[in-house]
Structures are given as C-alpha cells and as structure tokens.
Design a protein around this ligand. Structure first.
Ligand code: NIG
Ligand code: FE
Length: 397
C-alpha cells in the first residue's frame, strides 16, 4: 500500500509526552507518515522517512481526530420547541425523553439509519473520527435491539442504554427485570458497553446496581450517566463497578472527586448539555487538580445537547470549566480514547490508527481561541483523507 508523508506541519499534537513538548507531546516543524491505515512516523520533519506520496500542509496544525465518547444518535424527531421553552425559563426534565421515544418507535429502520448516518457524517466533517453511540430511545426489547443493530453498522463503540428512563406507565421494578433479562440478551450481541442513567427521574442506586451487575455478567463494559441533575450516588457506583467512565459529573462532592482521582474511571464532561439546559458547568479544573482523568464529549442527543461539535465542547471547557486549551484538546482526543479504553486512537505515534485532523490554524489553541469558526481543513480516517476543505490561504499567525 502507498505510504503518505505530510510535511510542513507547523505544530503536531501527538499526545505522546515522550515525543514532544508538554502533555500534548507537541512537535514543531513536524512530519507525519502513514501507511496501511496506521501511523508509521510522527516527529520532526528533518528525520522523517521517505514515502510514496508527499503532501505539504503549509504550516497548519495537525492533531489526533476527536474521540467523542458519549452520544445518543439513534432517534427520530427533534425537540426544538422544548429547547426554546427552556431558554424561556423552563427546567430540563427527563420526561422529554418520552417524546423522542415515541418518534423513534414509530420510525422505520431506514429513517433511523439515515438520521444516524447524517449525524456521523456531520461529526466526521468537524474532525470526529471515533464516535460512541447509545441506544435508549426504544425502551422495548425490539426497539432497543434495532437501535443497536443500526448503530453497529456505523461505529464499533455501541452502548446499550435500555436503562435510560422507565417508560411511562410501566412499573420500575418490572422494567428493570426486562432490561436485565430479554432486553440485555437481545442487545448484548450488538453492544460493547452498557450504561444506566442514574439520577432523579431515572434510575436510583439500587436499580442501577442490579442493571450494572447484569450487564457486566453479559460481558459488557460499563459506563454511567452520573450526577447530571443533582448530587447523587452515580459517580460512586461507577467507581465501585470499575466503569470505564462516569459521564456528566456536573454535581460532585469532594468524596466523588477523590474517588474518581483514585480510580481508573474517567470523568467524562459534556458541556453541550449544560449549555442547552442552562445548567451550571462541571468544574473541570477541580477534577484535573485532584488528579482525575477527564474526557470531553458532545452528548449529542435531541433533548439536552443537539450538537456534534467537539470544537464547541473544547471552547466551553476552556471558557467555562477552567481548562487550558491544551488540557481541553487532550480531553477531547486522548481523554476520549481512555474513556473508551482504546489505545489505538487519540494519539499519533507509530502503530496508532491514522485518524487525524489538519486545522486551518497554526496551533491547537485556535480551537478555543476562535470559537464558532469552522477550522477543520482536512480529516484523515484510517489513513485516507475523507474531508478535504482547504481555505486556500496559509494560516496567519
Ligand atoms: O445525556 N441524561 C440522560 N440522557 C441524555 C438526555 C436525553 C434526552 O433528553 O433526550 C443526556 O443528557
Ligand atoms: Fe447522555
């Protein structure tokens, strides 16, 4: 297979501290060589090996593709009116999920597939080369199974979220029996992960424990919607069960922060949800200072965060959550990879997947510095350029 060498990289973010400066492992005046879908070289241009094809990126920054480790993309309909009502002062409530569940159940497979494909393509255009996708808008055995079957066609990072909410009119304990029994059996073959929404209006600690144990027994990795709507037991449960990540983490006690810092559970922060529900942002600074590992993700869903923009999440994390641009970029790439327990993505070094972004900017800092501006010039996925979109002019510094 032909190898490709990208020269003229003004700033290469490797996320490999041994390869360059700081925790982003930044290499200036760098080259990246890719072959067979993988990185063969990531380092200074002067020592780069030869390749079959040469591309000059004209001083632009190159970074690993974004890893969006939390999204809900299989659904029909929208909830724009609910969003507008919130912006007029209404509170976010889990009851809105029912609107999407009704629309999703009524939708044919082709519509769900087309909606999903559109969102995945939209994310890819903006630099997201790995995206996790949850079920959770079916809430029957058949509808959860088909959501995951369809999700699996587009991403290997699929998550069974039958425990999103208890369907209206259903007894919660009977529903937990269904989730842990026939629903889990039908869904596990299409899923890598299981998730539970542990919060007021969704699942309490006891029911969450039962579902996590059943999912782990079925061989699924665990993740949790935790402490989004208020303080609660979610984070502690995630840590106790060795979950790969505890997501949202909006309301944390000191004990929650300590537990995350002492564990292998990543705190996945979803600022799009705080933005669209007009909620206080989680304190990322406090988590990082305590030694916790954090990831940033979009939480893309029609209710609480209808964005696929990892760049927006980075900008919000920097402006509202106390992170430096470098910390936010790390969390959106290597942090997401940690949250998915993947070491083949989120970094650029020999052997990792050749998933990366060429920015129409000289440095990663521009992602937060120029919020709202589309700056992803190219996206390379598995060593192939899938998004070519150069502005023409070289970036100005
Ligand atoms: O992550 N918190 C639970 N689930 C989604 C919201 C889903 C919805 O409102 O449709 C979330 O924010
Ligand atoms: Fe979510």
């Amino acid at each position: 297979m032909t190898s490709v060498r990208l020269d003229g990289i003004g700033e290469l973010v490797t996320n490999d501290p041994r390869a360059g400066i700081g925790s982003l492992g930044v290499v200036l005046d760098a080259s990246l060589v890719v072959a067979d879908g993988a990185v063969v070289y990531a380092g200074p241009q002067r020592t780069a090996p030869a390749a079959d094809r040469l591309v000059d990126v004209g001083g632009r920054a190159v970074l690993p593709g974004f890893v969006d480790s939390h999204a809900h993309l299989v659904f029909a309909g929208d909830r724009a009116v609910e969003f507008a009502a919130r912006m007029a002062g209404r509170r976010y409530e889990t009851g809105g999920i029912g609107t999407t569940v009704a629309a999703t159940r009524a939708a044919p497979d082709e519509l769900l597939r087309a909606n999903l494909a559109r969102l995945v393509a939209e994310a890819l255009r903006q630099g997201t080369t790995t995206i996790e996708c949850k079920s959770g808008y079916g809430l029957t055995v058949a509808d959860e199974e088909r959501s995951l079957r369809i999700a699996r066609e587009l991403t290997p990072e699929t998550t069974f979220l039958g425990a999103h909410v208890v369907p209206p009119g259903t007894d919660p304990d009977s529903y937990v029996d269904v989730v842990c029994g026939p629903m889990l059996r039908a869904c596990a073959p299409h899923a890598r992960w299981a998730d539970v929404f542990c919060d007021d209006g969704a699942f309490d600690a006891d029911r969450t424990r039962v579902i996590l144990a059943a999912a782990a027994g079925a061989g699924l990795g665990l993740r949790l919607h935790a402490n989004q709507l208020g303080p609660g037991p979610g984070v502690q449960l995630a840590v106790e069960h060795g979950a790969a990540s505890a997501d949202h983490c909006t309301y944390l006690s000191d004990a929650d922060v300590d537990a995350l810092a002492a564990s292998g559970t990543v705190a996945t922060l979803l600022p799009g949800a705080e933005f669209a529900t007009r909620s206080p942002y989680p304190d990322a600074r406090r988590l990082v200072d305590a030694g916790a590992t954090i990831a940033l993700a979009t939480d893309c869903n029609p209710g609480s965060s209808f964005t696929t923009s990892m760049a927006l999440c980075i900008a919000l994390a920097v402006r509202e959550m106390g992170l430096t641009p470098a910390e936010a970029v790390w969390a959106a790439t290597a942090g997401g990879a940690r949250a998915l327990r993947r070491d083949d993505i989120g970094r650029l070094r020999e052997g990792t997947r050749a998933d990366f972004v060429v920015l129409d900017a000289p440095t990663h800092m521009y992602l937060a510095y120029r919020p709202g501006v589309p700056q992803v010039a190219e996206v390379w996925h598995g060593g192939r350029r899938v998004v070519p979109h150069w502005s023409g002019a070289a970036p100005v510094r």
